[in-house]
Write a protein that binds this ligand. Structure first.
Ligand SMILES: [Zn+2]
Length: 230
């Protein structure tokens, strides 16, 4: 939540339930907020345990490993995140902020869903008629923002204060959970929202956004697929 660039960390196993390993702390990102989960490995005494999925259940993060044999409660392990995958997700996700903000700015498009992955990502939004030229133009403008090298700030605000910021919750009909403080992600003059995801520190890290495909998904719903260049 506070440092998306932690690639390795030490932690203690607090519980094992089937193939699910719980730790006293973790830098793995669990699936949620439209983002895929991290993968990677846990290491104990130079033996590696592949982490195939990370999820969250009633507020607790679990690490699903291929085989828990040899792991026990109280053990110290080293967590290693598949950084290549994670960094692409961070770039993709930050790109989606820019694209969504520009869609909203240009035609008040509200985001109805998104799925951020490491190879390709999609954004669903409402727009009355499909306009490929408009969407191509949004991607071009997004790339200009990327090139500007704007800092991506992450900080916390009390809920009441956060809700005073217009458009802080962009995902239509989806309010953040009932918490006192909200984590705010801000790309100055471009986008500001309450968000629990992983992002890059500067828009320049995104590289180049490429529009892959556009689709009609019903009366008001449009979908676009994009990726970031390797
Ligand atoms: Zn985000």
């Amino acid at each position: 939540m506070d440092d998306s660039y932690i690639k390795e960390f030490e932690a203690k196993i607090t519980k094992i339930d089937g193939n699910k390993v719980y730790l006293d702390k973790t830098a793995f990102y669990p699936r949620g907020g439209g983002l895929v989960s991290d993968t990677g490995k846990l290491v104990k005494d130079s033996k590696e345990y592949k982490v195939v999925f990370v999820g969250k259940e009633s507020g607790e993060i679990y690490h699903e490993v291929e085989n828990v044999e040899g792991l026990a409660k109280g053990d110290m392990v080293k967590g290693i995140i598949d950084w290549e995958r994670r960094y692409r997700v961070m770039r993709m996700h930050t790109a989606s902020h820019i694209i969504s903000a520009l869609l909203y700015k240009a035609r008040n498009c509200l985001i109805t869903g998104n799925q951020i992955s490491y190879d390709k990502s999609r954004i669903d939004f409402n727009l009355e008629t499909m306009d490929k030229k408009f969407l191509q133009n949004i991607i071009e403008k997004s790339n200009k923002v990327v090139e500007m090298g704007i800092e991506v700030k992450v900080y916390y605000l009390p809920k009441e204060e956060a809700f005073k910021i217009p458009g802080i919750v962009k995902l239509a009909g989806k309010l953040p959970p009932n918490v006192e403080k909200l984590r705010i992600v801000e790309i100055e003059n471009i986008d500001i929202q309450a968000d629990g995801g992983v992002h890059v520190k500067n828009t320049k890290e995104i590289g180049k956004i490429v529009l892959l495909k556009t689709e009609n998904k019903g009366k008001n719903n449009r979908r676009l697929y994009f990726t970031v260049e390797p």
